[in-house]
Design a protein. Structure first.
Lengths: 715, 354
């Protein structure tokens, strides 16, 4: 483990300096000022003593054991000093120094050397090119200030962002159990620290600002376990389409750059923040408010307008209103003014006093000691809205909300969030709530969004843990597929030919039309004669979008048509296809006569491999308009269950057509789910498959046919 | 008795030099003594550099000999206004030189590979065409090299056969060279239905080797007068370029095309950071940035990581592409060993040698 970074017994500062303002001085000073009670060893060959501590030439000269070292020396010296640290038996290095991979060229080599040394001596490394490490026991960074201590662990890939976060926190009600700047992540990355922090008693919530994730497999292994112990909230930046993704297939193009992160975070129970504001909103609410048990909330407001705005926000977030029993409604009716709206959302009208707020909140939560309502309570959380009216007294209301939350609701696991609308007259009340750990927002939208985030986390906690999910395992023929892949590679091809894909699918029990390759027009005639009604397609690894270059001919019913189609296709492709494409010939494929089918729906099913998180499955509306309709849903193929498949289908618009509209029969939905499950097994069994498209997959009332399949493998 | 193998063609750039190299390698591997002979060469410079580059290359690789250059390539005729350069006397003088050189080079040899003129039509007016030269050397068998990957190859084949018959030389056989992969099956069909019935021997059906005919990045750089700017990717200058592609669309649209090409030279403006980054994630051999616009540091860093050279072109995109298209890549010395590998399985050696 890496506990020595959090609670080291001794720290060496390599490059500690006597000169104020130098990083080596700031780091040493921060360690001392933050009250570190272990041993401190400044390392600087040109000094005898720095900031009152004896300085040494080298770590090797220090007579005692050293647990970790913080490097603030020029990059070119880091490797040799790291070697000394290894010899000395240090456990961890924090390399603040820059000049490594981020500068390219020799920097890359320097970083590789450091990694090699760390491996050799079994040392772990944070950085290089980072701000440092700020734990509860010491501040090993060059940050200007040491932030407040608390229970949020902050991990940031950007040192500058981290200093910004820490500075922001100075005016907030929360503090940190640690602040970790990852830098270049040459060794330790966010996942390593999350794994540790999941079991750290001082940490209640983990916040991360990440620009990239390197090891997707480890992320998928560690995060699902960590998020069951405490919330992990990640702001992932650098979400850009350009250059990030290589998309030759429909699936790849439709997936975009960010889908994999969304899917992975959801699967692992990670709370995704889309802005810095979100990151801290979520951090705060998870830190201080309980997770609701059910989707059943109340809105209590003293004005109609904000109540409507909040209701709209609830609709958007799919938050449900708690239904009040007759008894509760009766109590509210008896005690609130006649003009009050007693149905949820409750409008206690403009002249509402703090007492009226207090009474209403206690009633809907059943914590009014004077009225016995225990069996009638369905409210699991509430949004309290306050607009500044003459009678409102926002600070008084805030105090009451805090009191009720503290004394009753937190114990019952019921969150409360507020929206105090305005600024001048409600600022004090809002600040009171903030200091007392009740999230209070300027407007109801963010409040509703925070409640929804809590609820999503509850749903995740209630779901079956990933490791316990039942993944189907079909009887398949892997050996034959290995042969097909090997033969394609031997031919220096990465895109399988159509007749090869048919066979791959056959090995995994997925139905597709029979297909054979013609090398000349005469061969095409012969094959057409044997096949019957055919579709003819160009076979070339370089030609992915066959229709675009005139590489497809449909409804080939006679040998003569096949003869002409062959010539026409080759002529088109030589004119319009990519330069130097290797043409294997024209495939003659059995044409599915779907006119005889009562109901045919064109679907697209595919897989695109995310470089970090592995294969993602796609399902949606297929055919030539697939890329324009963009009616698709995605799921990670990792631990893919029948429920995942069903959810994928339900998320698309085409699903309602599959179910049947206007008295139509239902399509064979079960068979589509079966295809998705078999496909997930295929892409998990063969990580060399990088892209896969079935477009269209024709779905019938009974059965289906995977008409056009593309499979791309690695070299 | 020396056996001559005289290679002719109906058009230029059919790969006669490359075939000569391969055939010589095969014979050398068989322990045979083999010489290379090019009766009439085309000098690199009209009068300034008299040596034929193809001959020079072969002399420095598969045919290292102590014979003087003039014995291997006795006659050199510049490509421009050559009709005016040869009168009746010179014709005889040239033929005599050719005969003398051939006699000299054939000594103690088992085989002589004779590389004909760029086409069998060439020098007909001045009586130095391949057939005339062959006849003056007493060689009766000529081999015809065909490169068309279309049915035109049959018309050209029969035209040549008829022409040889008319000139009373023997059409020893045809080698179909640099044939598109998809056309090989068609050649077999044509062989069965059209060629065999006239007893025309098919000596070889050689598939086009993209690898052997693709230029390297360094050759492209020279052809466009470009400047190489990322030293960290210097080894990438040896990368082969199989396709050229212009990046003018937005990256998302361009990806569709970028993904379909292999070992591509991507030509785009130096200010197209988005497109350059998208291209660097594909099977790209080099980035050619036109207009001499220095790219963003992110592009250079990404290119360095992937060892992809960036070449700045002084020209606009169209001119740059035109200059690349004009490039006629030559085989490099370090790939000479590939030649026999590429052609070996496609040639009926017995038919050729006996």
């Amino acid at each position: 483990m890496i506990s020595f970074f959090f609670h080291p017994k001794s720290i060496a500062v390599i490059g500690a300096s006597q000169t104020t303002g130098k990083v080596g001085n700031t780091v040493l000073n921060n360690i001392i000022e933050s009250g570190f009670n272990g041993k401190i060893y400044p390392i600087n060959p040109r000094a005898d003593e720095i900031l009152g501590y004896k300085a040494y030439n080298s770590v090797l000269d220090v007579p005692d054991e050293i647990e970790i070292a913080i490097f603030v020396i020029p990059a070119k010296f880091c490797a040799s000093v790291a070697e000394e640290c290894g010899k000395k038996g240090l456990k961890g290095l924090i390399i603040i120094s820059a000049g490594f991979k981020e500068i390219g060229g020799e920097g890359v080599e320097r970083e590789e050397k450091l990694i090699e040394i760390c491996k050799k001596y079994n040392m772990r490394m944070l950085g290089p090119n980072c701000l440092g490490f700020l734990g509860l026991s010491y501040n090993g960074s060059f940050a200007a200030e040491t932030p407040k201590k608390g229970h949020i662990a902050m991990i940031s890939q950007s040192g500058a962002m981290l200093t910004g976060f820490m500075d922001y926190s100075m005016t907030q009600a929360f503090g940190f159990s640690c602040n970790i700047s990852l830098g270049n992540k040459a060794d330790l990355g966010a996942v390593d620290f999350i794994e540790y922090l999941a079991n750290d008693n001082e940490t209640k919530v983990i916040l991360c600002y990440l620009e990239s994730i390197k090891d997707g497999d480890r992320f998928l292994e560690v995060l699902p376990k960590a998020t069951r112990k405490k919330p992990v909230i990640i702001l992932k930046s650098g979400v850009s389409e350009a250059g990030a993704r290589a998309a030759s297939s429909h699936t790849g193009a439709l997936a975009g750059a960010d889908v994999a992160y969304d899917l992975t975070f959801k699967k692992c129970g990670v709370v995704r923040a889309n802005s810095i504001e979100d990151l801290f909103d979520y951090g705060e609410i998870f830190l201080y408010q309980p997770i609701p048990n059910e989707n059943s909330f109340a809105i209590i407001t003293n004005a109609g307008g904000p109540g409507i705005v909040a209701t709209d926000a609830f609709e958007r977030e799919e938050l449900k209103f708690a239904g009040f029993s007759e008894k509760i409604l009766h109590v509210l009716r008896e005690n609130l003014p006649l003009e009050a709206a007693i149905f949820n959302p409750i409008d206690i009208v403009g002249d509402a006093t703090p007492d009226r707020y207090g009474f209403t909140i206690k009633t809907v939560f059943g914590v009014n000691s004077k009225i016995e309502l225990n069996n009638d309570i369905t409210t699991e959380g509430a949004l309290i809205i306050v607009t500044p009216q003459a009678q409102t007294k926002p600070t008084e209301v805030a105090k009451l909300i805090h009191e009720i939350s503290l004394n009753y609701l937190r114990k019952q696991g019921k969150p409360i969030v507020c929206s105090f609308i305005g600024e001048k007259s409600i600022a004090e009340g809002r600040e009171y709530l903030k200091q007392n750990h009740i999230p209070c927002y300027h407007f109801p939208d963010r409040a509703a969004h925070s409640l929804k985030t809590l609820l999503n986390y509850r749903e995740y906690l209630n779901s079956i843990p990933l490791e316990d999910r039942i993944i189907p395992n079909f009887d398949v023929n892997q050996e034959r597929i290995k042969e097909i892949f090997e033969s394609a590679r031997a031919d220096d091809r990465t895109v399988l030919l159509s007749y090869e894909t048919s066979e791959v699918f056959e090995c995994y029990g997925i139905k597709s039309p029979k297909s054979r390759l013609a090398g000349t027009p005469r061969q095409a005639m012969k094959l057409q004669e044997e096949t019957g009604k055919s579709v003819m397609k160009i076979v070339s690894p370089q030609i992915i979008h066959k229709t675009d270059v005139g590489g497809i001919a449909l409804n080939i019913e006679t040998p003569q048509q096949a003869f002409e189609a062959y010539i026409q296709i080759i002529d088109n492709v030589k004119k319009f296809g990519p330069q130097n494409s290797r043409i294997y010939g024209v495939e003659v494929q059995e044409m599915i006569d779907f006119k005889k089918e009562e109901k045919v729906i064109e679907l697209i099913i595919g897989m695109s491999k995310d470089p970090v998180f592995g294969p993602m499955l796609m399902f949606g509306t297929g055919g030539i308009y697939a890329n324009f309709m963009k009616d698709v849903s995605f799921a990670l193929a990792f631990k893919f269950t029948e429920n995942d498949a069903k959810e994928m289908l339900r998320k698309t618009k085409i699903y309602s057509l599959l179910e049947g509209v206007r008295g139509e029969s239902q399509s064979d939905i079960k068979s589509i789910i079966d295809v998705l499950l078999r496909l997930s097994q295929l892409v998990n069994d063969f990580p060399e498959i990088v892209e896969l498209d079935i477009n269209p997959l024709l779905s019938f009332i009974k059965g289906y046919s995977a008409v056009d399949i593309k499979i791309t493998i690695t070299h | 008795m020396v056996k001559p193998i005289f290679l002719t063609s109906l058009r230029e750039r059919v790969g006669k030099s490359l075939l000569s190299i391969g055939i010589m390698q095969k014979l050398q591997n068989m322990g045979k003594k083999v010489a290379y002979f090019k009766p009439i060469g085309i000098p690199k410079g009209a009068f300034s550099q008299k040596n034929d580059p193809d001959v020079g290359f072969i002399l420095s690789t598969v045919f290292v000999t102590e014979q003087p250059y003039e014995i291997v390539n006795p006659v050199s005729i510049p490509d421009c206004y050559y009709i005016d350069l040869i009168d009746a006397n010179q014709k005889i003088e040239h033929l005599n030189k050719i005969k003398a050189a051939y006699t000299e080079i054939s000594k103690d040899m088992d085989y002589v590979i004779i590389e004909g003129a760029p086409s069998i039509r060439k020098y007909v007016r001045v009586g130095l065409d391949d057939v005339s030269v062959a006849q003056s050397l007493g060689i009766n068998d000529l081999i015809y090299i065909s490169v068309e990957s279309s049915d035109k190859c049959i018309d050209n084949l029969f035209f040549t056969k008829n022409y040889f018959d008319f000139r009373h030389v023997n059409f020893k056989g045809v080698i179909f060279n640099k044939i598109d992969f998809d056309y090989i099956a068609r050649i077999e069909e044509l062989e069965k239905n059209h060629i065999r019935r006239y007893n025309i021997p098919v000596i070889g059906k050689i598939e086009k080797s993209i690898e052997l005919f693709s230029p390297r990045v360094s050759e492209i750089m020279e052809a466009i007068g470009g400047e190489f700017i990322n030293e960290a990717a210097a080894s990438g200058l040896d990368n082969r370029v199989e396709t050229n592609i212009i990046g003018a669309m937005n990256p998302q649209a361009a990806l569709k095309y970028l993904r379909q090409v292999r070992k591509a030279a991507v030509v785009t403006g130096g200010d197209r950071v988005d497109l350059a980054l998208a291209a660097l994630n594909q099977d790209v051999s080099c980035l050619i940035l036109t207009g001499y616009i220095q790219p963003d540091i992110t592009v250079i860093t990404a290119a360095n990581e992937k060892n992809i050279p960036i070449i700045l072109s002084p020209s606009d995109t169209y001119t740059t592409i035109r200059n690349i298209e004009r490039l006629k890549p030559g085989i490099q010395k370090d790939e000479i060993h590939l030649v026999l590998d590429v052609i070996d399985k496609f040639i009926n050696w017995d038919l050729l040698f006996n």
